[in-house]
Design a protein around this ligand. Structure first.
Ligand code: NZQ
Ligand code: ZN
Length: 383
Protein backbone atom coordinates (compact mmCIF):
# COMPACT_ATOMS: atom_id res chain seq x y z
CA UNK A 1 0.00 0.00 0.00
CA UNK A 2 1.17 3.50 -0.76
CA UNK A 3 0.57 6.31 1.74
CA UNK A 4 -2.48 8.34 0.83
CA UNK A 5 -4.62 11.30 1.74
CA UNK A 6 -8.28 11.28 0.83
CA UNK A 7 -10.79 14.08 0.98
CA UNK A 8 -13.91 14.08 -1.11
CA UNK A 9 -15.92 17.23 -0.47
CA UNK A 10 -18.83 16.57 -2.84
CA UNK A 11 -22.21 16.51 -1.13
CA UNK A 12 -24.47 13.82 -2.58
CA UNK A 13 -28.18 14.62 -2.60
CA UNK A 14 -29.94 11.42 -3.55
CA UNK A 15 -33.55 10.59 -4.42
CA UNK A 16 -36.72 11.54 -6.24
CA UNK A 17 -37.47 15.25 -6.82
CA UNK A 18 -34.24 16.42 -5.27
CA UNK A 19 -33.84 19.22 -7.83
CA UNK A 20 -36.10 21.10 -5.44
CA UNK A 21 -32.94 21.54 -3.34
CA UNK A 22 -31.22 23.60 -6.05
CA UNK A 23 -32.27 26.99 -4.69
CA UNK A 24 -30.95 26.40 -1.16
CA UNK A 25 -27.76 24.78 -2.45
CA UNK A 26 -26.86 27.53 -4.94
CA UNK A 27 -28.06 30.66 -3.11
CA UNK A 28 -24.98 31.06 -0.85
CA UNK A 29 -22.76 31.51 -3.92
CA UNK A 30 -24.55 34.48 -5.52
CA UNK A 31 -27.17 35.32 -8.13
CA UNK A 32 -25.48 34.71 -11.49
CA UNK A 33 -25.71 31.12 -12.61
CA UNK A 34 -24.40 29.47 -15.78
CA UNK A 35 -26.47 26.45 -16.76
CA UNK A 36 -24.42 23.97 -18.82
CA UNK A 37 -26.05 21.12 -20.72
CA UNK A 38 -25.67 18.83 -23.73
CA UNK A 39 -27.28 18.36 -27.09
CA UNK A 40 -30.89 18.71 -26.05
CA UNK A 41 -31.93 15.55 -24.18
CA UNK A 42 -32.89 17.68 -21.16
CA UNK A 43 -35.24 19.71 -23.34
CA UNK A 44 -36.91 16.56 -24.68
CA UNK A 45 -37.33 15.03 -21.23
CA UNK A 46 -38.77 18.20 -19.68
CA UNK A 47 -35.94 18.46 -17.15
CA UNK A 48 -34.80 21.76 -18.64
CA UNK A 49 -38.14 23.46 -17.80
CA UNK A 50 -38.19 22.00 -14.29
CA UNK A 51 -34.65 23.24 -13.66
CA UNK A 52 -35.48 26.73 -14.90
CA UNK A 53 -38.44 26.82 -12.51
CA UNK A 54 -36.17 25.89 -9.62
CA UNK A 55 -33.70 28.60 -10.68
CA UNK A 56 -36.33 31.35 -10.96
CA UNK A 57 -34.62 33.50 -8.32
CA UNK A 58 -31.28 33.56 -10.18
CA UNK A 59 -30.00 35.32 -13.31
CA UNK A 60 -29.53 32.28 -15.51
CA UNK A 61 -27.16 32.23 -18.48
CA UNK A 62 -26.82 29.13 -20.63
CA UNK A 63 -24.20 27.12 -22.46
CA UNK A 64 -25.89 24.43 -24.49
CA UNK A 65 -24.54 21.82 -26.88
CA UNK A 66 -21.74 20.21 -24.90
CA UNK A 67 -20.72 17.27 -27.07
CA UNK A 68 -20.29 13.66 -25.96
CA UNK A 69 -16.47 13.59 -25.81
CA UNK A 70 -16.54 17.29 -24.84
CA UNK A 71 -14.36 19.65 -26.85
CA UNK A 72 -11.86 22.08 -25.39
CA UNK A 73 -13.35 24.78 -27.62
CA UNK A 74 -16.73 24.40 -25.89
CA UNK A 75 -15.13 24.65 -22.46
CA UNK A 76 -13.27 27.77 -23.58
CA UNK A 77 -16.55 29.30 -24.72
CA UNK A 78 -18.04 28.53 -21.30
CA UNK A 79 -15.05 30.00 -19.47
CA UNK A 80 -15.37 33.21 -21.51
CA UNK A 81 -19.05 33.42 -20.59
CA UNK A 82 -18.26 33.00 -16.89
CA UNK A 83 -15.85 35.93 -17.09
CA UNK A 84 -18.13 38.15 -19.20
CA UNK A 85 -21.25 37.62 -17.12
CA UNK A 86 -19.58 37.51 -13.70
CA UNK A 87 -20.94 34.07 -13.03
CA UNK A 88 -21.01 33.04 -9.36
CA UNK A 89 -21.95 29.40 -9.78
CA UNK A 90 -22.11 26.88 -12.62
CA UNK A 91 -24.75 24.15 -12.77
CA UNK A 92 -24.00 21.14 -14.98
CA UNK A 93 -27.05 19.12 -16.00
CA UNK A 94 -26.24 15.91 -17.87
CA UNK A 95 -23.83 12.99 -18.03
CA UNK A 96 -20.07 12.76 -17.75
CA UNK A 97 -19.43 14.91 -20.81
CA UNK A 98 -21.37 17.89 -19.50
CA UNK A 99 -19.80 17.55 -16.06
CA UNK A 100 -16.25 17.13 -17.43
CA UNK A 101 -16.69 20.19 -19.64
CA UNK A 102 -18.01 22.14 -16.65
CA UNK A 103 -14.91 21.22 -14.65
CA UNK A 104 -12.71 22.76 -17.31
CA UNK A 105 -14.97 25.80 -17.56
CA UNK A 106 -14.70 26.17 -13.80
CA UNK A 107 -10.88 26.12 -13.80
CA UNK A 108 -10.36 28.01 -17.08
CA UNK A 109 -12.67 30.83 -15.95
CA UNK A 110 -9.96 31.81 -13.45
CA UNK A 111 -7.13 31.70 -15.97
CA UNK A 112 -6.26 34.16 -18.70
CA UNK A 113 -4.55 31.66 -21.02
CA UNK A 114 -5.91 28.85 -23.15
CA UNK A 115 -8.11 26.20 -21.46
CA UNK A 116 -6.03 23.46 -23.12
CA UNK A 117 -3.02 24.56 -21.02
CA UNK A 118 -4.88 23.19 -18.00
CA UNK A 119 -5.55 19.83 -19.66
CA UNK A 120 -1.91 19.32 -20.67
CA UNK A 121 -0.61 20.47 -17.28
CA UNK A 122 1.03 23.66 -18.55
CA UNK A 123 -1.09 25.62 -16.08
CA UNK A 124 -2.00 24.27 -12.65
CA UNK A 125 -5.31 25.77 -11.50
CA UNK A 126 -5.09 27.88 -8.36
CA UNK A 127 -8.73 28.89 -8.26
CA UNK A 128 -11.98 27.68 -9.80
CA UNK A 129 -15.57 28.86 -10.08
CA UNK A 130 -17.75 26.64 -7.86
CA UNK A 131 -20.20 24.31 -9.56
CA UNK A 132 -22.76 21.62 -8.84
CA UNK A 133 -24.29 18.87 -10.94
CA UNK A 134 -27.62 17.25 -11.70
CA UNK A 135 -26.70 13.81 -13.03
CA UNK A 136 -28.75 12.28 -15.86
CA UNK A 137 -26.54 9.31 -16.83
CA UNK A 138 -24.88 6.89 -14.41
CA UNK A 139 -21.47 5.99 -15.79
CA UNK A 140 -18.39 8.08 -15.13
CA UNK A 141 -18.63 9.14 -11.46
CA UNK A 142 -17.58 12.57 -12.64
CA UNK A 143 -20.36 13.74 -10.29
CA UNK A 144 -18.16 12.81 -7.32
CA UNK A 145 -14.59 13.00 -8.49
CA UNK A 146 -12.10 15.64 -9.54
CA UNK A 147 -11.25 14.24 -12.95
CA UNK A 148 -12.26 15.45 -16.40
CA UNK A 149 -11.58 14.13 -19.90
CA UNK A 150 -11.39 16.62 -22.76
CA UNK A 151 -11.00 16.25 -26.51
CA UNK A 152 -8.92 18.50 -28.75
CA UNK A 153 -9.93 17.96 -32.36
CA UNK A 154 -6.97 19.94 -33.66
CA UNK A 155 -4.33 17.78 -31.98
CA UNK A 156 -6.51 14.63 -32.14
CA UNK A 157 -6.03 14.07 -28.43
CA UNK A 158 -8.40 13.09 -25.66
CA UNK A 159 -6.77 13.64 -22.31
CA UNK A 160 -7.69 13.35 -18.67
CA UNK A 161 -6.74 15.99 -16.14
CA UNK A 162 -7.77 16.73 -12.60
CA UNK A 163 -7.53 19.13 -9.70
CA UNK A 164 -8.89 19.06 -6.14
CA UNK A 165 -10.46 22.42 -7.03
CA UNK A 166 -12.92 20.79 -9.42
CA UNK A 167 -14.86 18.49 -7.14
CA UNK A 168 -18.53 19.43 -7.52
CA UNK A 169 -19.89 21.28 -4.49
CA UNK A 170 -22.92 19.03 -4.67
CA UNK A 171 -24.40 16.45 -6.99
CA UNK A 172 -28.08 15.67 -7.26
CA UNK A 173 -28.58 11.98 -7.96
CA UNK A 174 -32.21 11.37 -8.82
CA UNK A 175 -32.56 7.90 -10.35
CA UNK A 176 -35.82 8.91 -12.09
CA UNK A 177 -33.75 11.28 -14.30
CA UNK A 178 -32.14 8.20 -15.85
CA UNK A 179 -35.50 6.62 -16.84
CA UNK A 180 -35.32 8.39 -20.21
CA UNK A 181 -31.91 7.05 -21.22
CA UNK A 182 -31.86 5.29 -24.57
CA UNK A 183 -30.99 1.60 -24.16
CA UNK A 184 -27.49 2.00 -25.59
CA UNK A 185 -26.62 4.75 -23.11
CA UNK A 186 -27.75 2.58 -20.20
CA UNK A 187 -25.52 -0.16 -21.60
CA UNK A 188 -22.64 2.30 -21.96
CA UNK A 189 -23.04 3.33 -18.35
CA UNK A 190 -22.97 -0.27 -17.14
CA UNK A 191 -19.84 -1.04 -19.17
CA UNK A 192 -18.06 2.13 -18.07
CA UNK A 193 -18.68 1.66 -14.34
CA UNK A 194 -17.67 -2.02 -14.53
CA UNK A 195 -14.53 -1.08 -16.39
CA UNK A 196 -13.64 1.49 -13.72
CA UNK A 197 -13.81 -1.23 -11.12
CA UNK A 198 -11.71 -3.59 -13.26
CA UNK A 199 -9.09 -0.88 -13.80
CA UNK A 200 -8.69 -0.64 -10.02
CA UNK A 201 -9.01 -4.37 -9.31
CA UNK A 202 -5.95 -5.01 -11.47
CA UNK A 203 -3.54 -2.79 -9.62
CA UNK A 204 0.09 -2.31 -8.78
CA UNK A 205 0.05 -3.35 -5.10
CA UNK A 206 0.56 -6.83 -3.73
CA UNK A 207 -2.36 -6.90 -1.36
CA UNK A 208 -5.62 -5.17 -2.11
CA UNK A 209 -7.81 -7.82 -0.49
CA UNK A 210 -10.08 -5.33 1.31
CA UNK A 211 -10.70 -3.32 -1.85
CA UNK A 212 -10.98 -6.46 -3.96
CA UNK A 213 -13.82 -7.72 -1.78
CA UNK A 214 -15.67 -4.42 -2.14
CA UNK A 215 -15.08 -4.33 -5.88
CA UNK A 216 -16.19 -7.91 -6.41
CA UNK A 217 -19.41 -7.09 -4.53
CA UNK A 218 -20.12 -3.95 -6.53
CA UNK A 219 -19.44 -5.73 -9.85
CA UNK A 220 -21.87 -8.51 -8.93
CA UNK A 221 -24.59 -6.02 -8.03
CA UNK A 222 -24.10 -4.18 -11.32
CA UNK A 223 -24.52 -7.47 -13.19
CA UNK A 224 -27.77 -8.14 -11.30
CA UNK A 225 -29.33 -4.69 -11.48
CA UNK A 226 -27.94 -3.47 -14.83
CA UNK A 227 -30.03 -5.94 -16.84
CA UNK A 228 -33.08 -5.01 -14.73
CA UNK A 229 -32.68 -1.39 -15.87
CA UNK A 230 -32.64 -2.64 -19.46
CA UNK A 231 -35.72 -4.83 -18.97
CA UNK A 232 -37.68 -2.07 -17.29
CA UNK A 233 -36.13 1.39 -17.71
CA UNK A 234 -38.45 2.77 -15.00
CA UNK A 235 -37.42 0.27 -12.30
CA UNK A 236 -36.59 2.77 -9.53
CA UNK A 237 -34.75 0.29 -7.30
CA UNK A 238 -32.56 -0.97 -10.13
CA UNK A 239 -31.81 2.56 -11.38
CA UNK A 240 -30.96 3.60 -7.80
CA UNK A 241 -28.49 0.77 -7.30
CA UNK A 242 -26.89 1.40 -10.68
CA UNK A 243 -26.65 5.12 -9.91
CA UNK A 244 -24.93 4.49 -6.58
CA UNK A 245 -22.68 1.81 -8.08
CA UNK A 246 -21.53 4.17 -10.82
CA UNK A 247 -20.62 6.84 -8.29
CA UNK A 248 -18.88 4.45 -5.88
CA UNK A 249 -16.93 2.90 -8.75
CA UNK A 250 -14.84 6.02 -9.32
CA UNK A 251 -15.20 8.42 -6.41
CA UNK A 252 -11.76 7.41 -5.17
CA UNK A 253 -12.63 5.17 -2.24
CA UNK A 254 -11.99 1.91 -4.08
CA UNK A 255 -8.39 2.86 -4.69
CA UNK A 256 -7.15 3.97 -1.31
CA UNK A 257 -3.43 3.24 -1.36
CA UNK A 258 -2.99 2.53 -5.07
CA UNK A 259 -3.96 3.79 -8.53
CA UNK A 260 -5.11 0.81 -10.51
CA UNK A 261 -3.88 -0.07 -13.96
CA UNK A 262 -5.88 2.28 -16.27
CA UNK A 263 -4.23 1.06 -19.49
CA UNK A 264 -7.61 0.19 -21.02
CA UNK A 265 -8.80 3.77 -20.47
CA UNK A 266 -5.61 5.06 -22.09
CA UNK A 267 -6.14 2.69 -25.02
CA UNK A 268 -9.79 3.69 -25.32
CA UNK A 269 -9.24 7.44 -25.09
CA UNK A 270 -6.91 7.17 -28.09
CA UNK A 271 -9.65 5.37 -30.04
CA UNK A 272 -12.37 7.90 -29.24
CA UNK A 273 -9.96 10.80 -29.85
CA UNK A 274 -9.59 9.66 -33.46
CA UNK A 275 -13.03 8.13 -34.15
CA UNK A 276 -15.37 10.02 -31.78
CA UNK A 277 -17.14 6.83 -30.66
CA UNK A 278 -18.75 6.52 -27.21
CA UNK A 279 -16.19 5.95 -24.45
CA UNK A 280 -17.85 2.78 -23.15
CA UNK A 281 -18.13 1.26 -26.62
CA UNK A 282 -14.37 1.59 -26.98
CA UNK A 283 -13.87 0.04 -23.55
CA UNK A 284 -16.05 -2.97 -24.36
CA UNK A 285 -13.95 -3.55 -27.47
CA UNK A 286 -10.54 -3.06 -25.92
CA UNK A 287 -10.60 -4.02 -22.24
CA UNK A 288 -11.20 -7.80 -22.52
CA UNK A 289 -8.33 -7.97 -25.01
CA UNK A 290 -6.08 -5.95 -22.71
CA UNK A 291 -6.97 -8.54 -20.05
CA UNK A 292 -6.06 -11.43 -22.35
CA UNK A 293 -2.79 -9.69 -23.26
CA UNK A 294 -1.58 -9.08 -19.69
CA UNK A 295 -3.16 -12.12 -17.99
CA UNK A 296 -0.18 -14.50 -18.49
CA UNK A 297 1.90 -12.20 -16.25
CA UNK A 298 -0.82 -11.88 -13.57
CA UNK A 299 -2.52 -15.27 -13.55
CA UNK A 300 -3.28 -15.40 -9.82
CA UNK A 301 -5.19 -12.10 -9.87
CA UNK A 302 -7.20 -12.99 -12.96
CA UNK A 303 -7.99 -16.38 -11.42
CA UNK A 304 -9.30 -14.64 -8.30
CA UNK A 305 -11.42 -12.37 -10.53
CA UNK A 306 -12.84 -15.37 -12.41
CA UNK A 307 -13.76 -17.25 -9.24
CA UNK A 308 -15.01 -14.40 -7.06
CA UNK A 309 -16.85 -12.36 -9.69
CA UNK A 310 -17.98 -14.98 -12.20
CA UNK A 311 -18.14 -18.12 -10.02
CA UNK A 312 -15.98 -20.01 -12.52
CA UNK A 313 -15.83 -23.77 -11.80
CA UNK A 314 -12.23 -24.73 -11.08
CA UNK A 315 -12.08 -28.52 -11.18
CA UNK A 316 -9.75 -30.07 -13.78
CA UNK A 317 -8.67 -26.69 -15.12
CA UNK A 318 -5.30 -24.95 -15.10
CA UNK A 319 -5.02 -21.55 -13.46
CA UNK A 320 -4.69 -19.97 -16.92
CA UNK A 321 -7.86 -21.68 -18.12
CA UNK A 322 -9.78 -20.44 -15.09
CA UNK A 323 -8.39 -16.92 -15.57
CA UNK A 324 -9.30 -16.89 -19.27
CA UNK A 325 -12.81 -18.14 -18.56
CA UNK A 326 -13.37 -15.17 -16.25
CA UNK A 327 -12.27 -12.74 -18.97
CA UNK A 328 -14.51 -14.48 -21.52
CA UNK A 329 -17.46 -14.26 -19.13
CA UNK A 330 -16.97 -10.51 -18.74
CA UNK A 331 -16.83 -10.11 -22.51
CA UNK A 332 -19.94 -12.28 -22.92
CA UNK A 333 -21.84 -10.24 -20.34
CA UNK A 334 -21.08 -7.03 -22.20
CA UNK A 335 -22.02 -8.62 -25.49
CA UNK A 336 -25.28 -9.99 -24.07
CA UNK A 337 -26.43 -6.59 -22.85
CA UNK A 338 -25.71 -5.19 -26.30
CA UNK A 339 -22.30 -3.55 -26.18
CA UNK A 340 -20.19 -3.73 -29.35
CA UNK A 341 -17.14 -5.92 -28.75
CA UNK A 342 -15.05 -5.40 -31.88
CA UNK A 343 -13.48 -2.24 -33.30
CA UNK A 344 -14.63 -3.36 -36.75
CA UNK A 345 -18.25 -2.93 -35.58
CA UNK A 346 -17.54 0.82 -35.73
CA UNK A 347 -15.63 0.53 -39.01
CA UNK A 348 -12.26 0.77 -37.35
CA UNK A 349 -9.84 -1.45 -39.25
CA UNK A 350 -6.27 -2.67 -39.25
CA UNK A 351 -4.98 0.27 -41.28
CA UNK A 352 -6.31 2.69 -38.64
CA UNK A 353 -4.19 1.22 -35.85
CA UNK A 354 -1.03 3.33 -36.42
CA UNK A 355 -3.10 6.55 -36.24
CA UNK A 356 -4.73 5.41 -33.01
CA UNK A 357 -1.40 4.39 -31.50
CA UNK A 358 -0.06 7.86 -32.39
CA UNK A 359 -2.85 9.42 -30.34
CA UNK A 360 -1.69 7.74 -27.15
CA UNK A 361 -0.18 10.74 -25.52
CA UNK A 362 1.17 9.35 -22.27
CA UNK A 363 2.70 6.22 -20.79
CA UNK A 364 -0.15 3.83 -20.04
CA UNK A 365 -0.54 0.97 -17.58
CA UNK A 366 0.47 0.79 -13.91
CA UNK A 367 0.13 -2.91 -13.08
CA UNK A 368 1.79 -3.56 -16.43
CA UNK A 369 3.20 -0.57 -18.32
CA UNK A 370 2.55 -0.93 -22.06
CA UNK A 371 4.76 0.00 -24.96
CA UNK A 372 3.29 1.34 -28.21
CA UNK A 373 3.93 -2.09 -29.74
CA UNK A 374 1.91 -3.72 -26.95
CA UNK A 375 -0.89 -1.22 -27.61
CA UNK A 376 -0.86 -2.03 -31.34
CA UNK A 377 -1.13 -5.75 -30.54
CA UNK A 378 -4.10 -5.20 -28.23
CA UNK A 379 -5.87 -3.12 -30.91
CA UNK A 380 -5.24 -5.92 -33.40
CA UNK A 381 -6.72 -8.44 -30.99
CA UNK A 382 -9.76 -6.12 -30.72
CA UNK A 383 -10.50 -5.85 -34.46
O1 NZQ B 1 -26.13 15.58 -25.03
P1 NZQ B 1 -27.49 15.20 -24.64
O2 NZQ B 1 -28.53 15.56 -25.61
O3 NZQ B 1 -27.83 15.62 -23.23
O4 NZQ B 1 -27.56 13.56 -24.67
C1 NZQ B 1 -26.67 12.73 -23.94
C2 NZQ B 1 -25.54 12.21 -24.80
O5 NZQ B 1 -25.87 12.18 -26.16
C3 NZQ B 1 -27.42 11.48 -23.57
N1 NZQ B 1 -28.11 11.56 -22.28
C4 NZQ B 1 -27.58 11.84 -21.07
N2 NZQ B 1 -28.52 11.73 -20.12
C5 NZQ B 1 -29.68 11.40 -20.74
C6 NZQ B 1 -29.42 11.30 -22.11
N3 NZQ B 1 -30.40 10.99 -23.02
C7 NZQ B 1 -31.63 10.76 -22.53
N4 NZQ B 1 -31.95 10.81 -21.20
C8 NZQ B 1 -30.99 11.12 -20.28
N5 NZQ B 1 -31.31 11.12 -18.97
O6 NZQ B 1 -26.42 10.49 -23.46
C9 NZQ B 1 -25.37 10.77 -24.37
C10 NZQ B 1 -24.03 10.48 -23.73
O7 NZQ B 1 -23.76 11.38 -22.69
P2 NZQ B 1 -22.28 11.54 -22.10
O8 NZQ B 1 -22.33 12.57 -21.04
O9 NZQ B 1 -21.32 11.73 -23.21
O10 NZQ B 1 -22.00 10.09 -21.49
P3 NZQ B 1 -21.13 9.64 -20.27
O11 NZQ B 1 -21.74 10.01 -18.97
O12 NZQ B 1 -20.87 8.21 -20.52
O13 NZQ B 1 -19.76 10.47 -20.39
C11 NZQ B 1 -18.78 10.11 -21.29
C12 NZQ B 1 -17.59 11.04 -21.20
O14 NZQ B 1 -16.98 10.98 -19.89
C13 NZQ B 1 -15.58 10.67 -20.01
C14 NZQ B 1 -15.55 9.85 -21.28
O15 NZQ B 1 -14.27 9.73 -21.81
C15 NZQ B 1 -16.51 10.63 -22.18
O16 NZQ B 1 -15.86 11.76 -22.72
N6 NZQ B 1 -15.11 10.03 -18.78
C16 NZQ B 1 -15.00 10.80 -17.68
C17 NZQ B 1 -14.50 10.31 -16.49
C18 NZQ B 1 -14.37 11.15 -15.28
N7 NZQ B 1 -14.63 12.42 -15.34
O17 NZQ B 1 -14.00 10.67 -14.21
C19 NZQ B 1 -14.03 8.93 -16.38
C20 NZQ B 1 -14.52 8.05 -17.47
O18 NZQ B 1 -13.70 6.93 -17.54
C21 NZQ B 1 -14.60 8.69 -18.81
O19 NZQ B 1 -13.35 8.68 -19.47
ZN1 ZN C 1 -14.47 5.25 -18.13
Amino acid sequence: MQNFMYKNPTKIIFGKNQITKLFEQIKPYGKNVLLVYGGGSIKKTGLYCSILEELEYFNVYELEGVEPNPRVTTAQKGANLVKEKNIDFILAVGGGSVIDCTKLISAASKYDGDAWDIVIGKHVPKEATPFGTVLTLSATASEMNAGSVITNLETKQKLGWGSPLVYPQFSILDPTLTFTLPRNQTVNGIVDMMSHICEQYFNEVENSDLHDAMMEGVLKQIMIYGPKCLENPKDYEARSIIMMAGTIALNGQLRWGFNGDWASHGLEHAVSAVFDIAHAEGLAMVMPNWMKFVMPNHVAKFKKFAINVFDVETSNKTDEEIALEGINKLQQFWQQIGAPTKLSERNINKEDIPTIVNSIARQIGNMQPLTKEDAAKIYEMSL
